[in-house]
Ligand binder design. Structure first.
Ligand code: PEP
Ligand code: MN
Length: 342
């Protein structure tokens, strides 16, 4: 259910409607828009008595939302959400006119490696540095990440280079720690339907980068995001990272058609990860160009200065020179689709 407020409704009127909703044992989610505020209602198991809400001052109408997701839907908020990420060098917007690029190694392997890659990421003009401290690996014998020491290395990179930090939490315990260190908390593909983790992410104080599960439908993807918003964290960035298909010339099939499909249904920003999406270094640049052309709000790419020796995902990590080239190519394509790249 959505309560649509009049354009000139006062803050007091919005507050009163929220209080009425809460007094019914429901949760109110005020969603300010440029023209009007809408108030999403969650927590109801049955029909809501809309009569009393519609009679309240400042209310235009109550609209039942038939879709399984509400708060992530364009019905709740017409205009695009711009997620602001604070970094030592200032705010980075994800979802606005400017494309957001996140780059870094798959995993933080040691201080030297992380600093080397960060130097190149900074030099390429990328504002956000990624790196895994907790790695959800297919094999228990593969490198699992350094854990908190990696978070400390990233915190130092943040200070030294002025880069914002993006890193993954794989369970509620690691999320507590990641929340302390990171500027954006990543929830990986394998955890897209880890509902207790999604709920915890919904109570986090930092933006969440939610990756699409490798066999998730669009509705399942959006409902995973809905879990986070329904707990009160509205700063969610979606990320398409490829889905499992029958093809074997790439690791996954990057589903670029999901970008416009998401943009019709949801106001949330969406990035593309061409690294996991293809699993092949030589496909990262072509698919980055395509992702920007199709309207993605930015890219998440894996970079390593010595990918042959990387402890994870070397085959899909581009080298620093390729990152420079990627930025130049993406900048050129951005102008065609009326976007910019700072
Ligand atoms: C990653 O970003 O390194 C990662 C593990 O991604 P995904 O969850 O998309 O596989
Ligand atoms: Mn990886």
């Amino acid at each position: 259910m959505l309560v649509v407020m009049q354009a000139h409704a006062t803050e007091e009127q919005v507050r009163s409607v929220c209080e009425r909703i809460e007094s019914l044992g429901l949760r109110a989610h005020p969603i300010p828009g440029s023209n009007r505020t809408a108030i999403g209602i969650t927590g109801n198991s049955g029909a809501i008595d809309i009569g009393s809400l519609e009679a309240m001052p400042g209310v235009i109408e109550c609209i039942p939302v038939s879709k399984p997701y509400k708060l992530v839907s364009r019905d709740a908020k017409e205009e695009n959400t711009v997620v602001k990420v604070s970094t030592p060098a200032g705010e980075v917007s994800i979802g606005g006119a400017s494309l957001a690029i996140i780059a870094g190694p798959c995993a933080i392997e040691n201080r030297e490696q992380a600093r080397t890659v960060a130097t190149h990421v900074k030099a390429a003009g990328v504002p956000l540095f990624r790196g895994g401290a907790y790695k959800p690996r297919t094999s228990p014998y593969s490198f699992q990440g350094l854990g908190e020491p990696a978070l400390k290395i990233m915190a130092d990179i943040r200070d030294e280079f002025g880069l914002g930090i993006v890193t993954e939490a794989i369970d509620n315990e690691s999320l507590d720690l990641v929340e302390e260190y990171a500027d954006v908390i990543q929830i990986g593909a394998r955890n897209m339907q880890n509902f207790s983790l999604l709920k915890r992410a919904g109570r986090a104080s930092k933006p969440i980068l939610l990756k699409r599960g490798m066999s998730a439908t669009l509705d399942e993807f959006l409902m995973a995001a809905e879990y986070i918003l329904s707990e009160g964290n509205y700063r969610v960035i979606l990320c398409e990272r490829g889905v499992r298909t029958f093809t074997d010339h790439t690791r996954n099939t990057l589903d670029l058609s999901v970008i416009p499909a998401v943009q019709i249904r949801s106001h949330l920003p969406i990035l593309v990860d061409p690294s996991h999406g293809t699993g092949r270094r030589n496909k990262v640049l072509p698919l980055s160009r395509a992702a920007v052309a199709v309207g993605a709000d930015g890219l998440l790419v894996e970079v390593h200065h010595d990918p042959d020796r990387a402890l994870s995902d070397g085959a899909q990590s581009i080298i620093p020179d390729e990152l420079q080239l990627l930025m130049a190519e993406v900048r050129a394509i951005a102008t065609v689709v009326h976007r910019t790249l700072n």
